[in-house]
Design a protein around this ligand. Structure first.
Ligand code: NDP
Length: 450
């Protein structure tokens, strides 16, 4: 079949997706990217076509939508929306994070849940895909307000999740504090101490390395990609966006491996520190963001470096870019600027941070490009390991978990290589999409039309 014929099949497929899911632009974007890789593969493997596997994967098994009422510190009643998308349970319980951010809507959560299905499959662990969250904004709220919100959110969510059904974790706006409040409320309502959430504190069922896992994993993935060219992170200059969980631990791992991180950002702007963000400066960032809940601008004031208000860090001259903030944060011009300035590795800690046009630029220029569903799978992988430890009622050492994480990231890289090899170039987009698809699709075939 010619490329034009495949394009037509993708367009027809997407026309149906758009008609069924109107206005959900991020969901359309995520499905289209996958459909472009999968439709040619499905044409060659008609068993998937006949069973309409792709059509079924693109339809959530269940969507739960609920009201989250709570009372703020002034005594005023507040109402937020709560969501859980239970996307696919073919290979295990639904698994995926909760996002608390004012931009959260159904389309964003469906895109994240859809990506999660493929990502979880790539980890080689038995986890289905899900995602959830709320349009609640934790920024500027007191700890008590966050607690009351989390308790109200979990009061409804607890009816739909469980250690063998659906196991949420953190995402943007949901860190250790929020997971603690959510877990406490679940335990109180159900009167059981169980592994219903991951990202828990160490003393109460959490896994070592879970907070670090996404940032470490994305760095290990960059290292694996570099290895294919006989290189490593050592000596490389790296631009990182975001300054939350993923960005912080990516900074730590890159520095540990001998690279130099020169940027960090938040939704207000970015800092450029040409000397590199070393261990001591990173400790300052962690305190600033996790305890003081301040802005990245304060880093520039403390260390006397430049701060760029309202800008993203993609015009800085670097070898490696790690977008670790949010979706669609690198557009076509950003991608072109990065490459023009010598960047040849992009490892995505965030989910879908590059627009489709930016991805086209990476593939066209044949740079080492690790898409989020492969590069940031370390987080959910260690969540899977946390579930195993909870079931076994024991905890593995830091070294054991880190060793398993490194092995999983290598396995994911190997799957991308297997399915994405195009001559001597590895198309990691194609590799991750097909690699993630096959296991889920075969499980769906085996389980019948459900
Ligand atoms: P955090 O909430 O800890 O940090 C998010 C960071 O991104 C903050 O610096 C935040 O800045 C910035 N940010 C958020 N929204 C925007 C926006 N619209 N524009 C610019 N900057 C923004 O979240 P995480 O670090 O956990 O998540 C970051 C990314 O990684 C997300 O895409 C998430 O889905 C993905 N991810 C996370 C995993 C995890 O284990 N936590 C696992 C896999 C993927 P500000 O403080 O100003 O909002």
């Amino acid at each position: 079949m010619s490329n034009n014929a495949y394009d037509k099949l993708v367009q027809d497929f997407m026309a149906k997706i758009k008609a069924k899911n109107p206005g959900e632009v991020e969901f359309h974007q995520a499905v289209e990217e996958v459909a472009e890789s999968l439709i040619p593969y499905i044409e060659e493997n008609p068993q998937y076509k006949e069973a309409k596997i792709l059509e079924r994967i693109a339809e959530p098994e269940r969507i739960i939508l609920f009201r989250v009422p709570w009372v703020d510190d002034k005594g005023e009643v507040q109402i937020n929306k709560g969501y859980r998308i239970e996307m696919n349970s073919a290979i295990g319980p639904y698994k995926g994070g909760l996002r608390f951010h004012p931009t959260v809507n159904l389309g964003i959560l469906k895109f994240l849940a859809f990506e999660q299905v493929f990502k979880n499959s790539l980890t080689t662990l038995p986890m289905g895909g899900g995602k959830g969250g709320s349009d609640f904004d934790p920024k500027g709220k007191s700890d008590n307000e966050v607690m009351r919100f989390c308790q109200s959110f979990m009061t409804e969510l607890s009816k739909h999740i469980g250690p063998n059904t659906d196991v949420p974790a953190g995402d943007i706006g949901v860190g250790g504090r929020e997971i603690g409040f959510l877990f406490g409320q679940y335990k109180r309502l159900r009167n059981e101490f169980t592994g219903v959430l991951t990202g828990k504190g160490r003393e109460w069922g959490g896994s070592l390395i879970r907070p670090e896992a996404t940032g470490y994993g994305a760095t290990y993935f960059a290292e694996e990609m570099l290895k294919t060219r006989g290189e490593s992170i050592k000596g490389k200059t790296v631009a990182i966006s975001g300054s939350g969980n993923v960005a912080q631990f990516a900074t730590q791992k890159v520095t540990e491996l001998g690279g130099k991180v020169v940027t960090l950002s938040d939704s207000s702007g970015y800092i450029y520190d040409p000397d590199g963000i070393d261990e001591e400066k990173l400790a300052y960032v962690m305190h600033l963001k996790n305890v003081k809940r301040g802005r990245i601008r304060e880093y520039a004031e403390k260390y006397g470096v430049e701060y760029f208000e309202g800008k993203r860090p993609w015009s800085v001259k670097v070898d490696v870019a790690m977008p670790n903030a949010t979706q669609n944060e690198i557009n076509k011009e950003d991608a072109e600027t990065l490459i023009k300035n010598g960047c040849y590795v992009v490892s995505e800690g965030a989910n879908m941070p590059s627009t489709p046009e930016a991805v086209e630029v990476y593939l066209d220029k044949k740079i080492l490009y690790g898409p989020g569903k492969a590069a940031n799978a370390g987080g959910v992988a260690v969540s899977g390991l946390e579930m195993s430890q909870n079931s076994l009622r024991l905890s593995w050492t830091r070294e054991e978990v880190d060793e398993k994480l490194q092995r999983i990231m290598k396995d994911i890289h190997a799957q991308c290589e297997k399915f994405g090899k195009e001559g001597d170039y590895i198309n990691y987009v194609k590799g991750a999409n097909i690699g993630g698809f096959v296991k889920v699709a075969d499980a769906m075939l085996a389980q019948g039309i459900v």
